[in-house]
Design a protein around this ligand. Structure first.
Ligand code: PLP
Length: 489
């Protein structure tokens, strides 16, 4: 087995791209860097070398185990929040000396920051294939973007019950319907067609990739169905954008929402990208400075001329570092998002699914077994072992980070797991075959022999008892109490 995480430039794990040194079933050879590949094998200049996967900050981080050992962290929880791309962290560090007010200052640094923010809109728009007249509004995250859009929809909304809570709940206050998704993709498309034809709906909200199963619906077909019924589509690309190209113009989708922290740009920003008309006339998402053209006070009542989108919905000082981080992530992902990253992640997902399928008691969760594609996210339950305990053992005894719970998708988990919690493994750019093999071996040990350490449940979280690990490596005095941070996730 190989562990190539210490490489500064990582080669993708794939079987199709010539020049890949690592295959799902085999050991990795000594992997030369990208430039070395071309030099040592004499690749003709007309044949491009495989594009390297961009590096992430924190790859190979040593983490403590309860037995006193330390191992490289296998972060298999990228669907929750992904570490920064090195290019993103570097860009933010480069920008920091210029940090200053945006849209509010004549000073040089202010003008640089204003230009960075407006340039970030263009970069994000290009990355997602936006139409020329689409608008990019920077938000805090996907949830924020959906709530913003909810205030702009001139009519009823619809979604499936498989969605993340962000997509299920943002529409409260609009006439909102939730449909139970059938078991096949074809039936799901037919259901959407019937529902949208039967009742006029302004907006269909649909996930780009399920945060529970990674499954992807055919978004082009869904857009065609919706548009035929006069319905717009918002694509929740929180899980899709880090793994597959999102192309607004080609797919016909009307709005896209995404989160920087899932796109390897964890600096507190997200985005809503899409058609301008609804956003230009909607009530401002927040009222305040930056969202207005002018304000007067007559008879003690403020008279306001609101700016058009995007500024209309970005009142207050914008998060220029967050926006710049997303733009830097778009630039770094652009060369790999069409082929290299998907090939790498597909090979790893196949290895994961294959490995887990051989373990008695492990039951994978699927919505549509016939989904045409799937990002590298897999959830499962283990017979007689609570999901929270599985996750605690993976962390405490194996140095592996996964997510447990109902993944902010309670209705879906009610269907797929009878309301029980499950374990979710999610892979990405810096995941290696070794990470996947460690996970599979650890789950096998848990399912067959159980934990080696003692654990107890405190406030709904499974905790190693005792837990000798240093949980305050930054020496901030911050203590995660027994049970950690349990909440309704
Ligand atoms: C599919 C999906 N949509 C929306 C969200 C909400 O994202 P955020 O918490 O960044 O707002 C998530 C988060 O996990 C998600 O997976």
């Amino acid at each position: 087995m190989s562990d190539v995480r210490t490489q500064a430039v990582r080669e993708p794990l794939c079987t199709e791209t010539p020049g890949c040194a690592e295959t799902p079933g085999g050991a990795a050879a000594e992997e030369p860097s990208r430039t070395a590949v071309a030099a040592t094998v004499g690749t003709p200049t007309t044949v491009s070398a495989p594009t390297a996967l961009p590096e992430l900050v924190g790859t190979g981080l040593p983490v403590p185990l309860v037995d006193g050992r330390s191992v490289p962290y296998a972060n298999l929880d990228l669907a929750a929040s992904a570490p920064a791309l090195r290019a993103v962290a570097d860009h933010v560090a480069e920008l920091l000396p210029y940090y200053s007010s945006v849209h509010r200052g004549a000073g040089y640094a202010s003008q640089v920051c204003t230009s960075v923010l407006e340039g970030a809109r263009e970069t994000v728009a290009r990355f997602v294939g936006a139409r020329g007249d689409d608008v990019v509004v920077f938000t805090r995250n996907t949830t924020d973007a959906l709530n913003l859009l909810a205030g702009a929809v001139p009519g009823a909304t619809l979604c499936l019950d498989v969605e993340h809570h962000a997509t299920l709940l943002a529409w409260r206050g609009t006439a909102h319907r939730v449909l139970r998704a059938p078991d096949t993709v074809d039936e799901t498309l037919a259901l959407l067609r019937d529902a949208l034809t039967a009742e006029h709906t302004a907006l269909l909200a649909i996930t780009g990739a399920s945060n529970v199963t990674g499954e992807i619906l055919p978004i082009d077909e869904i857009c065609a169905i919706a548009h035929a019924a006069g319905t717009r589509v918002v694509l929740d690309a929180a899980q899709l954008a880090p793994h597959r190209r999102v192309d607004i113009a080609a797919s016909g989708v009307d709005y896209v929402v995404l989160s920087g922290h899932k796109l390897y740009a964890p600096y507190g920003a997200g985005a809503l990208i899409g058609r301008r008309d609804w956003l230009d006339v909607a009530s401002p998402y927040l009222a305040g400075g930056g969202a207005v053209r002018s304000v007067g006070v007559e008879d003690r009542t403020a008279e306001v001329s609101w700016a058009p989108a995007p500024h209309r919905h970005e009142a207050g000082t914008p998060n220029v570092l967050g926006a710049a981080a997303i733009a830097a992530a778009c630039r770094a992902l652009d060369p790999v998002i069409d082929e290299v990253a998907p090939a790498h992640e597909r090979a790893l997902l196949a290895r994961l699914v294959d490995g887990l399928s051989g373990i008695a008691g492990v039951r994978p969760l699927r919505i549509w077994a016939d989904a045409p594609d799937r990002v590298a996210v897999a959830s499962f339950t283990v017979t007689d072992v609570p999901a929270g305990l599985v996750a605690a053992v993976l962390s405490a005894e194996h140095g592996i980070g996964v997510r447990d719970g109902r993944f902010c998708a309670h209705p879906l988990l009610a269907r797929l797991a009878g309301g029980a919690d499950a374990v979710r493994v999610s892979l990405g750019l810096n995941t290696t075959a070794d990470d996947v093999d460690r996970l599979v071996a650890a789950v096998r040990a848990i399912a067959t022999a159980g934990p080696e350490w003692d654990y107890r449940e405190v406030d709904g979280r499974w905790t190693p008892t005792p837990d000798p690990r240093d949980l305050d490596p930054l020496r901030l005095g911050a203590v995660v109490g027994p049970g950690g941070a349990a909440c309704g996730h």
